[in-house]
Design a protein around this ligand. Structure first.
Ligand code: GDP
Ligand code: ZN
Ligand code: ZN
Length: 595
């Protein structure tokens, strides 16, 4: 069973290993970041009160409009037009509306004395006619005012229109009077009562204070808490002209914003008023500008039902109440602090980015050829090496090759292999820095081995044997010491590798090769180093020493264990080792995959 089932694994804790870099510049960058992040977090915490539990407001609104207007109405008396002044008070010009709105009439068109009957339509393109053929009995035009009777009658002079059954006389499609009849409505005042409640905090308040001076009028700066607004001033605030809007009507929003701090030590809960024109002032005539509706006053005259139709233009005021109430909440505070902790990682993110970006590559590519930059890049490269250990996925097809005349290691994908390993280009991998610590552990006496007479001779003898033997040297060999592979045809190319890329001296002739890879004493010592009480019996000694020599060679040439495991020995080294520690019977099996 897997180890995760054991209790021991439950009671464990994993932590990350970190690299601590002592650097003036990076230390400074870190502190700058930390100070900036900390200042921002503290500022946002205090300024936006992020330690508070916020609740939306619920509210009720009540309005009262006051003011008197004198209207000069034109009326016809005995066929003569007369201008009669009449007084309008709040009952005349305000209309009850649903929701948080109130309406103030500013202009109107009256059609008096209408009663049900037959009369000619108001002339338009659709209603004009020249004979009865132009009209149709029973037709109801959505734009019209009644049901057509099918007759074409005189409207006025020689203008003829279709007769309709409707409220007669038909309302005339006139333009709204200019200037507006109730232009003086700009002096009207409205008192807005607004009660608000924050259910989560169980707190109720209102916009009218106990000590309110009821004669005040709202002013943005001088009297911002007064709940009595003069209509003209509201329009001034939004940059509109009341007299212009009064002609066609419009919609104005009164926004009441409650940003309440309900903490006892900073208690503040007063509304802020602002205004916003809500209808589209840019709409042209054809798109029904302004705001109007019709209403009728009904009465009876000689037991005939009559009405006065009034097309009312005016301003609808919508009161929009919004805002939040906040109160200290420990959970909010903890959540906020928790959510900001990650910002402290910004410093490492940025510094890591600098190290990664400005390490070796930039210097090599000479983008920044100046000395200072190169120095900086070298330092970064050093940090990079210390902090980052790169591992390549141990794919069974991956092999490493090292040529003694090249400063890097080549990573080869075996799948690409179809010809000698010698010719595969592969990918360049930097050669890891030599780690001498292991080597220095070898007892000093081994470093300065006195030449063992027999072996020394052997080596020299073999060396002579190893010199080019023109007949047997494969064509891919560059050192003259390689031999053809013993492996079956299909695997042969894996062993067709020389110690060099270009012609020259063979690595097997080098001093370290002899001392490290071929020295029986060193290899024996290494086997014992691994297994102190190992008894080397005659049969297996050579095999063990040979395998140890392979490892020795690879560890020497590839430095890192993960590379060494997948490294392929050059043919010359392989055969030189085999000659030194031969196998008495059978064939050598060659490279076997470690995983
Ligand atoms: P054997 O002793 O008859 O099995 O034959 P060899 O002398 O070829 O040794 C085989 C062992 O050495 C196996 O464990 C192989 O994995 C290892 N070996 C042989 N050649 C290579 C090589 O090129 N690279 C590595 N890393 N190991 C090798
Ligand atoms: Zn060779
Ligand atoms: Zn060689």
């Amino acid at each position: 069973m897997s180890a995760c089932c054991s209790w021991k694994d439950v009671f464990q804790y994993k932590t990350n290993r970190v690299t601590q870099i002592y650097s003036m510049s990076y230390g400074t960058i870190k502190w700058i970041f930390h100070v900036l992040v900390f200042s921002y977090i503290s500022f946002a915490l205090v300024f936006d009160k992020l330690y508070q539990q916020k609740e939306p407001v619920i509210s009720s609104v009540h309005t009262k409009v006051k003011g008197i207007a004198e209207v000069k109405e034109e009326i016809m008396e005995n066929g003569v037009k007369k201008v009669v002044p009449s007084i309008f008070d709040s009952a005349d010009y305000t209309f009850p509306l649903q929701g948080n709105s109130f309406f103030v009439m500013t202009n109107f068109l009256k059609t008096e004395g209408q009663e049900r009957g037959l009369c000619p339509e108001y002339p338009t393109r659709a209603t004009r006619c020249s004979s009865d053929k132009g009209c149709k009995k029973g037709r109801m035009d959505p734009q019209g005012k009644g049901v057509q009777t099918g007759r074409c009658v005189v409207y006025k002079g020689d203008v003829k229109t279709c007769e309709v059954s409707a409220w007669c006389p038909i309302e005339e499609a006139e333009d709204a009077p200019r200037p507006a009849l109730l232009n003086s409505a700009e002096n009207f005042t409205v008192l807005i009562k607004n009660n608000v409640h924050f259910p989560g905090h169980n707190y109720t308040t209102r916009n009218i204070l106990q000590d309110l001076n009821i004669t005040c009028t709202f002013h943005k700066t001088k009297n911002p808490q007064c709940p009595i607004f003069q209509l003209g001033n509201i329009f001034q605030d939004t940059g509109d002209n009341f007299s212009d809007v009064a002609i066609q009507g419009g919609i104005m929003g009164i926004e009441i914003y409650w940003d309440c701090n309900l903490d006892t030590w900073f208690h503040h809960c007063r509304p802020k008023y602002s205004f916003r024109r809500l209808d589209d002032k840019t709409t042209n005539e054809s798109l029904y500008p302004g705001y109007n509706f019709r209403y009728a006053k009904y009465y009876k005259e000689n037991s005939v039902e009559k009405r006065t139709l009034i097309k009312v233009f005016g301003i609808r005021f919508d009161i929009l109440v919004f805002g939040t109430g906040g109160k200290f909440d420990i959970i909010q505070l903890v959540v906020y602090i928790g959510s900001t902790l990650s910002y402290f990682g910004l410093a490492s993110l940025f510094i890591d980015f600098l190290i990664d970006t400005y390490s070796s590559k930039c210097c090599r590519s000479q983008i920044y050829p100046c000395c200072k930059c190169c120095e900086c890049c070298a330092v970064n490269e050093y940090y990079y090496e210390k902090k980052c250990e790169s591992i390549v996925e141990p794919k069974p097809v991956l092999k490493y090759v090292s040529f003694v005349d090249e400063s890097y290691i080549r990573m080869v994908d075996e799948q690409l292999l179809g010809r000698s390993l010698q010719y595969i280009i592969g990918e360049e991998v930097p050669r890891p820095l030599m780690d001498f610590t292991e080597l220095s552990r070898l007892p000093l006496s081994l470093h300065n081995l006195p030449p063992i007479p027999g072996q020394q001779e052997d080596i020299q003898l073999l060396n002579e044997q190893g010199t080019p033997r023109s007949g047997n040297v494969p064509d891919w060999c560059q050192c003259g010491n390689c031999l053809p592979s013993q492996l079956p045809e299909s695997h042969r190319c894996l062993e067709e590798l020389c110690c060099r890329k270009k012609a020259g001296a063979c690595i097997t002739t080098s001093e370290p090769f002899k001392k490290l890879v071929l020295s029986r004493q060193v290899l024996k010592f290494l086997l014992l180093y691994q297994e102190p009480l190992l008894v080397l019996d005659a049969d297996s000694t050579n095999s063990q020493l040979r395998h140890c020599a392979y490892r020795c060679y690879n560890t020497w040439r590839f430095s890192k264990q993960d590379l060494a495991d997948f490294a392929i020995l050059p043919s010359c080294c392989r055969w030189r080792i085999r000659r030194e520690f031969p196998k008495s019977e059978g064939q050598y099996s060659g490279f076997k995959h470690p995983y």
